[in-house]
Design a protein around this ligand. Structure first.
Ligand SMILES: [Zn+2]
Length: 440
């Protein structure tokens, strides 16, 4: 600063002519701009948030935050480590603490996170992950228990229901594109309609479709992803097919999904889910091992599960192996018709024996934390008839072929609610109405 003042004095002392003085002045302006700009990049962008929100996110300490984004084709750990100075153990601790709260299946490039280090730089004291504009997962380091405490902030949003209808010219996706439907909505609609009719082989020009979607709106903008409440496809070859959304209070319930009006699953011959709730904490593929930190191939999928939750056989088959290893813990292998094998690892109790015939949806074990794990979960793997591991998340799974009892009752109520929204939305020219989540 001393030098700066001296030069400034020189300038006011008129030892410089105007032009070099101006150049010097601009030179310093640029430097100050760069320095301030640099410093700002380590601050939480305050303008985006209200003061209260900022305070609850940052713990009141607004200085020295580091920013990062989920990088394309990279996992969470690697994206955190891409921020200068972060080491693997720090990144792994964060990812393991988030594992139970965030479904890493839906991780997208560009999602933001920011964090603050302790004074000695050794501990990430606070970590914030924001998958969208309104959701904030916050981890704060507890020095007493030496663990992260998780909290979640979701900003209040409004729900809006919108009807999308049209005619297929070439493909459903193109028809949706022409209607100006954006990609996240198109993907959701495509997925539901694909379950409804064999769209690739049976779609014909002139087929009609109608889709009711529910969107979250925050400050006038839609926060994806949308939810498909109702889908109808009326085709020359397919006839008229309808599906309604059924959902339970537990967002991770495996029963949540689309069913035909009598409560039948859209696809009946699929695998069943191995658990009642489905929350993927670690997907299939290359990853850093949560315990060793080494890059390894994850040949199955990890579902969040407490110790003692019922584990179901995903399809009819014969138990060909049960046992214990230091890696797998207590495990079961089932062979299904066609030679496909399914693997269930880290169990606390095994309820079947080798040679037993099991049915789809039958309880075979209780989930646990045996073997090399850093917490209770179910590792589920599928091997095809040639012995190759396949991604269980690409396999279509259902909770039940048909809703029964209380669930069927609830579904019927929800269906009536959706029909009412449909009537309302069809009666207004903009085909959009405000709505609420309805009966759950
Ligand atoms: Zn696993």
């Amino acid at each position: 600063m001393g030098k700066f003042n001296k030069l400034f004095e020189n300038r006011s002392g008129k030892k410089f002519t105007v032009l070099p003085g101006l150049i010097l002045f601009l030179y310093f302006v640029c430097w100050i701009y760069l320095l301030v700009g640099f410093k700002n990049s380590f601050k939480v962008p305050e303008s985006r948030f209200s003061k209260n929100l900022l305070k609850s996110i940052t713990d009141g300490k607004a200085n020295l935050w580091f920013f990062g984004k989920i990088l394309p084709f990279k996992g969470f750990e690697d994206s955190i480590m891409a921020v200068d100075g972060v080491k693997l153990p720090q990144a792994l601790k964060i990812v393991n603490a988030l594992r139970n709260h965030v479904d890493f299946r839906f991780l997208k490039a560009g999602e933001r996170f920011w964090f603050r280090l302790s004074e000695n730089g050794k501990i990430i004291e606070r970590f914030v992950y924001s998958p969208d504009r309104i959701t904030f997962h916050i981890l704060s380091w507890d020095y007493k228990t030496k663990r992260y405490v998780h909290s979640l902030i979701v900003l209040p949003f409004k729900l809006r229901c919108r009807l999308i209808e049209g005619e297929v010219e070439s493909t459903l996706n193109n028809a949706l594109k022409e209607l100006g439907v954006d990609r996240s909505v198109r993907n959701t609609v495509n997925n539901v309609v694909e379950c409804l009719v064999p769209i690739r082989t049976s779609a014909r020009k002139g087929d009609k479709f109608k889709v009711l979607i529910e969107e979250r709106v925050f400050e006038g903008e839609v926060v994806p992803p949308p939810v498909v409440l109702y889908a109808c496809y009326n085709g020359m070859k397919t006839g008229k097919k309808e599906a309604f959304l059924y959902r339970e209070k537990d967002e991770k319930s495996s029963f949540n999904g689309h069913y035909s009006s009598n409560g039948k699953a859209l696809i009946a011959s699929a695998f069943r889910y191995p658990l009642r709730r489905i929350h993927v904490t670690s997907p299939f593929g290359w990853r850093r091992h949560p315990v060793t930190g080494k890059k390894s191939f994850h040949n199955g999928v990890d579902y969040r599960a407490r110790v003692g939750e019922p584990v179901f056989a995903v399809y009819n088959g014969v138990v060909i192996k049960t046992g214990y290893t230091s890696h797998n813990g207590k495990f079961i292998v089932i062979k299904h018709p066609g030679g496909i094998k399914t693997y269930y690892l880290h169990l606390s109790r095994i309820l079947v024996r080798r040679g037993w015939h099991v049915k789809a949806g039958q309880i075979i074990a209780k989930s646990g934390a045996t073997g090399r794990v850093n917490g209770p979960h179910l590792h589920f793997g599928i091997r095809d008839s040639r012995g190759k591991w396949v991604n269980p998340l690409l396999k279509r799974m259902i909770a039940t072929p048909k809703l029964k009892g209380k669930r069927l009752e609830r579904f019927k109520n929800q269906m009536e609610h959706i029909k009412k929204i449909l009537k309302r939305v069809e009666s207004v020219p903009e085909k959009t109405v405000n709505c609420d989540k309805g009966i759950l």
